[in-house]
Design a binder for this molecule. Structure first.
Ligand SMILES: [Zn+2]
Length: 499
């Protein structure tokens, strides 16, 4: 985690200026084609409440040609010497000799042919030899290798601050630049697949809207904001989070504002010696609830895959090893990263495994990756010493007792060697069953591992941003292979702990 503070002058003159333009553009029915050449609209027609695109508009946009084949009762689209054959009222088309199914049938109406919007990514893309990624909620059609992360903004208003949080997948570099009454949030991207809540004007924040370029979001500051603080948290390899706290002048309110929802709580937890056995396993299905995690092109959600794999793994561990297994979440719910490791601490877990699916801007990337926590060495040693403290608490039945305390930020530091061994076993076992990424074991500053007071690793079981891996990850067979590999790794890890 990384905290930077800037002071910006209070903005007193900007009120109610943003928001309207965003509303207007969100209502346009067309899809925006986004490519290296720029943006252009593709008209959309609603047929039976589904988005349809006219074939003549596709021809204009992509340089394809079409002719009706009256004998066959169909339409033939040609591109680069290949053909797509459509038949009216059918939801299967032939694209370069392969049958492709569509969610709804081809429609011929008033001498024009219409295809469901999914035709673009499913049938047209392979024929024109270009990646077409349809992002429904943002109404974007991304052509080729553009960097377009999904960005979901959230606003949490407290009495003494407002926090604006952006969840970003794939994880992307972000800079926050103060500029005349605004904060410009600049993403390292070609454009954004952006979801922004409607924000009623308030004293800290009068607007949250797309910025002046396609890769920016503008936060318009209210008169009460005197400074801001930026906190970046990496949830896992595939997604990141940045929180911009809007704060009043320090003279305004007596108590310092609580950073919300920044997880910088210096929680204390009881110490526990290095693991001497394996009795309890806590599995953490990544994301959940409002936090979808990453998302595949066909709509597969990371939060669902991680829960499915975690359940399979629990069943295996319970039946084969007879250990106690707890999941940090049993269903589809939002849970903070620190609450997940706190759950493992409270359950006295001997090992903590966080399950995720990866995502990258480059769709070719695939394979599983295993992570354990990275810590700056000097930093870690200094903090470890500083942490060796005790507290005196009133004991049950009178008197006091002394307990050892360690600080949240250093809990995992004491287990790094064991965590490295655990990550190594996980990598070896996964490799025998599923494809690994070229960088199969890595260290990273993932927040969910920081406070874990036991050996811990985070597993990215594949890339949802890769089309082949999206189908694999959604299949029970692949999920079983992952669960079986993780079970094998736990068996090896137990042998390490209990020689
Ligand atoms: Zn994740």
């Amino acid at each position: 985690m990384n905290i930077r503070i800037w002071i910006s002058g209070a903005a007193t003159t900007l009120l109610l200026s943003v928001g309207l333009s965003f509303l207007a553009s969100a209502q346009t029915p067309s899809i925006t084609i986004l490519s290296r050449d720029g943006r252009k609209p593709l008209p959309v027609t609603a047929i039976n409440n589904q988005d349809y695109v006219a074939v003549d508009d596709i021809n204009t946009a992509f340089g394809t040609a079409s002719r009706e084949d009256r004998q066959a009762g169909g339409l033939v689209i040609t591109a680069r010497g290949q053909t797509i054959v459509l038949t009216a009222d059918q939801n299967v088309v032939s694209a370069a000799g392969r049958l492709v199914s569509l969610p709804s049938p081809v429609v011929r109406r008033d001498n024009r042919w219409f295809v469901p919007a999914d035709f673009l990514s499913r049938a047209l893309s392979p024929v024109i030899g270009m990646r077409l990624d349809l992002r429904r909620s943002a109404r974007l059609l991304i052509v080729g290798e553009m960097r377009v992360p999904r960005v979901v903004a959230r606003v949490d208003a407290g009495s003494t601050n407002v926090a604006v949080t952006f969840e970003i997948t794939p994880n992307t570099e972000v800079r926050v630049v103060p500029q005349a009454g605004r904060l410009i949030v600049q993403f390292e991207a070609d454009a954004l697949d952006l979801t922004i809540p409607l924000v009623p004007p308030q004293t800290f924040l009068t607007g949250l809207a797309p910025g002046d370029t396609p890769s920016q979001v503008a936060i318009t500051l209210g008169p009460r904001t005197a400074m801001h603080r930026v906190t970046t948290t990496q949830a896992d390899a595939g997604s990141g989070r940045i929180t911009v706290d809007l704060l009043p002048a320090t003279t305004e309110a007596a108590p310092a504002p609580a950073p919300s929802p920044a997880p910088d709580t210096r929680l204390v937890i009881p110490t526990q010696g290095p693991s001497s056995g394996l009795r309890t396993v806590v599995i953490d299905p990544g994301h959940g609830g409002e936090e979808l995690g990453t998302q595949g092109a066909r709509g597969t959600l990371e939060k669902e895959i991680t829960l499915a794999v975690s359940r399979r793994l629990r069943t295996l561990i319970e039946s084969r090893l007879g250990l106690k297994v707890f999941l940090t979440r049993e269903d589809d719910r939002t849970m903070s990263l620190d609450d997940r490791s706190a759950f493992a601490n409270n359950h006295h877990a001997d090992v903590f495994l966080s399950i995720h699916a990866n995502s990258a801007v480059r769709p070719a990337l695939k394979g599983a990756e295993v992570y354990y926590l990275t810590v700056e060495r000097a930093d870690a040693e200094a903090r470890k010493r500083a942490d060796e403290s005790t507290a005196i608490l009133p004991a049950l039945g009178g008197g006091n007792r002394t307990i050892d305390l360690i600080l949240w930020e250093t809990a995992q530091v004491r287990y790094l060697e064991q965590s490295a061994a655990l990550a190594g076993f996980v990598e070896q076992s996964l490799r025998t069953r599923i494809e690994m990424s070229p960088r199969a074991v890595q260290q990273a500053p993932f927040r969910v591992l920081v406070g874990a007071n036991m050996p811990a690793a985070l597993v990215e079981i594949g890339y949802l941003s890769n089309a082949d891996q999206e189908s694999q990850l959604a299949s029970g067979a692949y999920q079983d292979q992952v669960a079986q590999a993780l079970l094998d790794a736990l068996v090896k890890f137990r042998q390490l702990l209990e020689p």
